[in-house]
Design a protein around this ligand. Sequence first.
Ligand code: FES
Length: 107
Amino acid sequence: MSRVKFVQTDGTESVIDVAPGVSAMLAAVRNGVSGIEGECGGCLDCATCHVYVDEAQLGALASPNADELELLGSVAATRKPNSRLSCQLKAPFPAETLIVYIPGVQS
Ligand code: FES
């Protein structure tokens, strides 16, 4: 089973099991992880599922597609090289536990 570790800005961590094909965004919303809104339900239309992927894991993930890259330009928090939209990060992940940091604002 893949897992995602969500790290809040205050360092609080939540580790959630994620079934194959399920996104990190859905796992967060279904389990009440604060800071991930996912307003559009994962159809690349809102940018409220922004996360910063652990830098050591970033290179192992599939690169963002053109639509995700474009929408990353609309995130509310600072966009960084490790910014991703968590609705596009689906299990299984390259590592058993994907580590993502939740930005302070989503909208
Ligand atoms: S949930 Fe809307 S872009 Fe990810």
